[in-house]
Each structure stands twice: as C-alpha cells, then as structure tokens.
Design a protein. Structure first.
Length: 386
C-alpha cells in the first residue's frame, strides 16, 4: 500500500517500512563517523526498538563492535494496517547488522514477564555464554504484575495541581494546561511500571542464571530537566518512579559486588520521543530548547547522545559521573547560557511568538522521523510491502 502518516494527538498510527530502515541506516552512519571505543562485546538491550534503546543498540554494535540481543514489544502488520515503527526498526537493524557481520537477535513480547526473561536467558546461555552489559530502556504505560494485576502509570503532579503553558500538538498553539494531582495508588502504580523494580528483576534473574559476566555494567535512563518542568516531571509521579530507578542503581551495585557489577543511571537530554510527546508542558519546552541549542551548535538527537554516552562517558574504563554517581548527558542542555535564554522568554511566549522563539518545525521533523516519515530520499508515493 501507499503509506501516509496518520496522527492522532501525540501518536502516529502508521509507520513506513522503508522510512524506518532509512532512520536506522542514518543512525548507523552517525555512529560510524563518531568512531570506535573499547567496550563490552555481548550486550542485552531491554526496550530496544525505538528512541534511546534503539540508539543504544546501534551505538554499542558499531562503536564497540558488540553482538546484541534486543527485547521489545511491538505489533506486526496484519496486512491491512502497518506494523509499528519499532517493528520495522528492529527488522532493519537485524538485517543491516547481520550484513555487516554482527550477531543481532530480537525477542518480541512482554519484557516484564517471567517467560521473556527465561527465553532471553536461554538464548544467552546458548549463543553468548554471558553478557557484559545490560541496557534497560523500557518505556511502557502499563505492566502486568506477577500476581496477574495490571497497573498503569500516570503523568500527574505530587502534592497539588500545577498550571502552566503547553504546546497543543494538534494546532501548534500555546495553551494553558492544568495537571492534576496523583493519589497514593497512582504514585505507587507509576513506580511499579516506570521505577526500578523490573530492572532489578532482570539483573537478579541474569545473576541467578549465571549469565552476568564479571565486571558487567548495567544502565538505565532518566531525566531531571529545568525548574519549569519539575512539577510534572522531576517532582511529579514520573519523578517518583525515576527516584526509585536511581535508588535501584545503588542497590544493584551494592548487592552484586561479588561479580563487580556496576549499575548507572544516565540522565539524558530532553528529546522528541513517543514518551515525551505525551507529557504536558514538555513539548513546548523541547521546542524552545531545540531552538536555543541549535543556535549554539549544541543540539543532539538520540543517536548523538548515545554515541557520547558509550563512546566517551563510558569509554576507557573511567566512567564520568556527578557527585551522586549519575552519568550526565544533559550537561549541554543544562548549561547556564541555554537555560537562562529559555527562562527569559518563557512567560511571554504565546501562539504567535513561538514561531520565532521555538523550533516547531524541528519538533515535528523529529516526530515524523520516529515513524519513518520525512526523509528526502524515500519515495512516499510508491506502494510498499507492509
């Protein structure tokens, strides 16, 4: 069929197979240009099909020369509708990496489940022996617990409601939004979905099965951001989950000292992702951030961030961290010259001035790129096999 983008709110319900392959190819080329570094050679990426997870898989493959196992939960095509972007991304990565001589195997299913953990462990035993890096990049809205209960995360505040500006992605207009307060059950559920519990379960399962190598490294991703987003992010329900994620990193490092495991949180930059597009206030902030960072020559996308993480911050055995032991990839974003400029104009930005003060085109370009659209060397008028 001829595949066109169909956008509903902050989600595109279609994906272009050739466009997704082009996206993967471009990220691979970006890593090749960045260069190589010495690093782990057998890597498990949990949440490997889009965003930071996909870019992590590309960076370790083409930066370290690593073989990888990926875990993701994506929908294939039923012949009438397209598969998800993550499905096409994964197929494209497996194809290209295989052609380049790398092992790349992917598991599609519920990464929270015991069954998935068992299947992956069996694969590691048969094909790798052990893994020396585990990247945890799961971004799911809900989770079925071992008890059978399904819990969902919420994007709400903690303590009291919060009102501020946001970018209405349907109209590109600036509107006021009030984010409601989460109750205790909602906070608990958000921590269960987005906190460190499943990361801990994966590491414990891998350790108990004897498939974690001596000196293995494990990473999970987080975000802090500026004061303007703190109520909805850092101090909100999702922030409580991220605090739990950090505490889990400390716990894992201490618990598995016998094999020298090191667990890190990487605090990354604000980017257009399927997750961030859903968070009130954040799309407006990202649009303004992109404008300033591009003007300063400091802008990075997912793959540039992951190249800097794996090939600079983690390279050579000396890990660069802040005083809390976190890796800071938001260092460019949080520069005083960047944040002061955004703060200066935040209160005055409106639907008219955002065209000058923000980078709405850049926002939407990245949004469409996530689903395989907007690449100048892809013919979107042709029939493609979905």
């Amino acid at each position: 069929m001829v595949v066109e983008p169909k956008v509903k709110g902050f989600i595109c319900t279609t994906a272009h197979p050739k466009g997704c392959e082009e996206s993967v190819r471009r990220q691979i080329e970006c890593t090749k240009k960045f260069g190589k570094a010495e690093g782990p050679k057998k890597v498990l990426v949990i949440g490997s099909s889009t965003g930071y997870g996909l870019s992590s898989r590309i960076a370790v493959t083409y930066g370290y020369g690593a073989d990888t196992i990926g875990v993701a939960f994506e929908r294939e095509s039923n012949g009438k509708r397209t598969a998800t972007a993550g499905w096409y991304n994964t197929k494209a990565f497996e194809k290209i990496a295989g052609e380049d001589g790398y092992y790349a195997k992917s598991f599609n299913g519920d990464g929270f489940s015991r069954e998935m953990k068992d299947d992956v462990i069996q694969c590691i035993k048969e094909d790798f022996g052990k893994v020396d890096m585990v990247v945890y990049s799961m971004a799911a809205p809900r989770r079925t617990l071992p008890s059978g209960t399904t819990v969902s995360s919420v994007l709400k505040t903690v303590g009291e409601p919060f009102t501020n500006k946001t970018l209405d992605l349907r109209t590109n207009e600036i509107k006021e939004v009030t984010v409601p307060e989460a109750d205790e059950d909602e906070i608990k559920a958000t921590i269960q979905v987005m906190g460190g519990g499943d990361w801990r379960d994966w590491i414990m399962s891998l350790y108990d099965a004897g498939v974690l190598a001596e000196g293995a490294v494990t990473l999970a991703y987080s975000y802090i951001g500026p004061v303007v987003t703190h109520a909805i992010y850092k101090d909100g329900s999702i922030g409580q989950a991220k605090k739990h994620l950090y505490d889990t990193s400390v716990e894992l490092t201490n618990k598995y000292k016998d094999i020298g495991l090191k667990a890190y949180i990487s605090v990354n930059k604000a980017l257009v992702t399927q997750s961030s597009a859903a968070i009130p206030i954040v799309p407006l902030y990202i649009s303004m951030l992109y404008k300033v960072m591009k003007e300063k020559g400091l802008h990075e996308g997912c793959i540039e961030q992951m190249n800097r993480l794996f090939l600079e911050k983690l390279a050579g055995g000396v890990v660069q961290t802040d005083e809390a032991g976190r890796i800071r990839l938001d260092d460019y974003e949080m520069k005083e010259e960047i944040q002061s400029r955004i703060s200066e104009v935040w209160d005055s930005v409106d639907s008219e001035s955002i065209k000058e003060l923000g980078d709405i085109k850049g926002y939407w370009d990245e949004f469409y790129n996530m689903f395989g659209f907007g690449y100048d060397n892809v013919d979107y008028s042709e029939d493609v096999e979905i």
